[in-house]
Design a protein around this ligand. Structure first.
Ligand code: 5GP
Ligand code: MG
Length: 192
């Protein structure tokens, strides 16, 4: 596997996003960070500690699938608390075609929050065209079209616990699920 974003680089960018969010939401009232399960767990955990404001945290479970009318997503785990009158910041791992973010955005929007904004760690080239579906205010990194895993992102349920964002080789993609050990990307001493 090839490390695309190392720990230090991720930590630096998350700190910047946290500072930006802190400035933008200062003095505006209740803020709720809503992470999308499960891919956003690492990003959410780091980002919430980089936001220096009193903040609530909640999670939304979504499953995307290919439906009759193209890609769709349905809620598999709902928020614990209501968000009426609160400023919601949706936290997602990656934006590609925008289906997931658009579905989450629509779901949150209808709950009478004061506002809903979107923060994604990664944006693929296709994601640049999805602003009409949901306004994406914060982007960690613009990356290429290649399939990435790690830092919460999975392939067939695996690799979420890698501390870096990595690109798998063709062999690794085909071997995934065969029981090989991919717990650590090799040759990285990228300590924040
Ligand atoms: P979208 O709904 O924007 O087309 O795609 C976003 C969803 O597709 C993400 O929530 C994620 O589950 C999945 N996805 C898209 N690109 C990648 C990728 O490179 N790696 C992984 N692990 N998941 C991806
Ligand atoms: Mg996801």
């Amino acid at each position: 596997m090839k490390v695309l974003l190392g720990r230090a680089e991720i930590a630096r960018r998350v700190a910047e996003l946290g500072a930006q969010i802190t400035r933008d939401y200062e003095g505006r009232g209740d803020l709720v960070l809503v992470g999308v399960l499960r891919g956003a767990v690492c990003f959410l955990a780091d980002l919430m500690r980089a936001v220096e404001l009193p903040t609530r945290v909640d999670m939304l479970g979504l499953r995307s699938y290919e439906g009759m009318t193209g890609s769709e997503a349905r809620v598999t785990a709902d928020l614990v608390d209501d968000v009426v009158g609160k400023h919601v910041l949706l936290v997602e791992d990656i934006l590609e075609r925008g289906t997931t973010v658009a579905a989450a955005f629509a779901c949150l929007r209808e709950r009478a929050p004061a506002s809903v904004e979107v923060c994604v760690l990664l944006r693929k080239p296709e994601g640049l065209r999805t602003t009409v579906l949901a306004p994406v205010r914060y982007v960690g990194f613009d990356i290429g079209p290649e399939f990435v895993v790690g830092y919460g992102l999975d392939y067939e349920g695996r690799y979420r616990n890698l501390p870096e964002v990595v690109v798998l080789t063709e062999e690794e993609l085909t071997a995934a699920g065969s029981g090989a050990d991919h717990r650590r990307a090799s040759g990285t001493e990228d300590t924040p």
